[in-house]
Design a protein around this ligand. Structure first.
Ligand code: G6P
Ligand code: MN
Length: 436
């Protein structure tokens, strides 16, 4: 929220956002975040007014845009998603594999409820979904909101920017041919003045290993794929080593973030704590340790300074809002319903692809066809997402087992059954799945 508010503070154009309503179920958290925003806006004359409420309906009424960033079960829930999977010998991660399925099964029912409420109270609002697993949650919400819900992620932008920089191109002038699902996509081309510059990069191992994804995957793999995968594909392509590294880690990512967040709110309760500074420090630490185990496995070293700066999520969110609110046409990689963009998926499947955005919303543009290796993963993971959606709507335990069992990173139906048993033990939010 402070990142998004920071982006709003930098927008002085006519029609900018003038009022922000913060909604949270936790009043303490609201107070702390409101303090950070107040410090951010202190010396800015046209800073958007901030109001806070613990009443959802109050927050929704009259809204032009709804930003949805929720964490069902909190960070303790995330830590449990990760721990249970790692204990069963499979990947424990927020959005990928078994952990992502557990998180999805808990989040989808809540996201559906939220979408129904928005459709009733703010039917004309555009909904920007940040909630992970972002593609799955956007697809769930689209069942009530149609194309008025748009999912965003900063990883394709970050990837595009890093590739453009490696090529010495201006990221703002480059057209990126990117396609897939959220956290499961590939850059297949990067065009500058109508010329694809990606082959030049793929032919140059030194240049390839000059940026994060090149170091994570290695020049040889990228060259043979003819594409640059999203960093989250490291969990697939280097799965065994990633699982081991995560099993060996002292805490899961979720447990680390839980400790960090508890520390942040504890400091914010002490009188005189500088809110913004405390928040900035917390964020910097979070950024610096992002995907640390994967980078260690790959021998990729520390993150680059440019990757630690902000400019991802909040700039995508702001650009999207401006394009919609003021018909300022732009292109962004977003999570939207497929229509006919990726012919291997149906029209309602939410995909992550380049879109043209204007006052009528986000329109996916045509991309080159997915190569078979990508078709395999994208269709397999979409089948998993569909099983999660079906289980969330029907409450069927068998369908939930199917979701785990079908995932390419879960290697046995027996493991799938045990995972669901363990997850239902630790997550009260999964009680809706029957034992039939
Ligand atoms: C990236 C991903 C997001 C994720 C964020 C934070 O930006 O695209 O989906 O929420 O990292 O990850 P973390 O592990 O720090 O929660
Ligand atoms: Mn993301």
């Amino acid at each position: 929220m402070p990142l998004v508010y920071g982006a709003l503070l930098g927008d002085h154009a006519e029609g900018r956002v003038s009022r922000v309503t913060l909604y949270d179920t936790d009043a303490d958290r609201l107070t702390a975040v409101a303090r950070v925003l107040a410090e951010q806006g202190r010396d800015i004359a046209d800073a958007p007014v901030v109001v806070a409420t613990t009443e959802l309906d109050e927050a929704l009424r009259g809204a032009d845009f709804v930003f949805s960033a929720i964490r069902v079960g909190g960070l303790a829930g995330r830590a449990a998603d990760e721990r249970v999977a790692l204990d069963e010998g499979v990947l424990g991660q927020e959005t990928v594999g078994a952990g992502g399925i557990a998180y999805g099964l808990r989040t989808v029912p809540v996201a559906l409820g939220l979408a129904r409420r928005i459709a009733r109270l703010a039917p004309r609002a555009w909904v920007i979904n940040f909630t992970n697993p972002a593609g799955l949650v956007t697809e769930a919400m689209s069942r009530h909101l149609g194309d008025r819900v748009i999912g965003i992620c900063d990883s394709p932008v970050g990837l595009g920017r890093r590739i453009a920089r490696a090529l010495g191109a201006d990221p703002d002038r480059a057209w990126i041919d990117y396609a897939g699902l959220n956290h499961l996509g590939w850059v297949r081309g990067l065009y500058v003045d109508g010329r694809d510059e990606l082959p030049r990069l793929l032919d140059d191992p030194k240049l390839l290993e000059s940026f994060e994804e090149g170091r994570l995957f290695g020049a040889e793999l990228l060259r043979s794929l003819g594409a640059i995968p999203n960093e989250y594909l490291h969990y697939y392509y280097v799965n065994r080593e990633a699982v081991r590294a995560y099993q060996k880690a002292e805490r899961t990512r979720g447990a680390f973030l839980q400790d960090q967040q508890e520390g942040f709110y504890a400091r914010m309760r002490e009188p005189g704590t500088p809110a913004r500074e405390t928040w900035d420090r917390t964020r910097a630490e979070r950024e610096a340790t992002y995907m640390a185990e994967n980078r260690e496995v790959a021998g990729a070293g520390a993150r680059e300074a440019s990757d630690l700066e902000s400019g991802g999520y909040e700039q995508v969110a702001l650009a999207l809002m401006r394009a919609v609110a003021r018909n300022e046409r732009t292109s962004l990689i977003l999570n939207v319903r497929n229509r006919t963009t990726l012919p291997v998926l149906d029209a309602d499947a939410v995909v992550e692809v380049p879109c043209l955005v204007d006052a009528n919303g986000a329109h996916p543009v045509s991309v080159s066809p997915l190569p078979y290796h990508a078709v395999g993963l994208v269709t397999a993971v979409k089948a998993v997402e569909r099983a999660v959606l079906e289980a969330a709507e029907s409450g069927s335990r068998a369908t939930a087992v199917q979701a785990f069992a079908l995932h390419p990173l879960v290697d046995s139906v027996t493991v799938a059954r045990r995972l669901l048993d363990r997850y239902t033990e630790v997550h009260p939010g999964l009680a809706y799945l029957d034992r039939a």
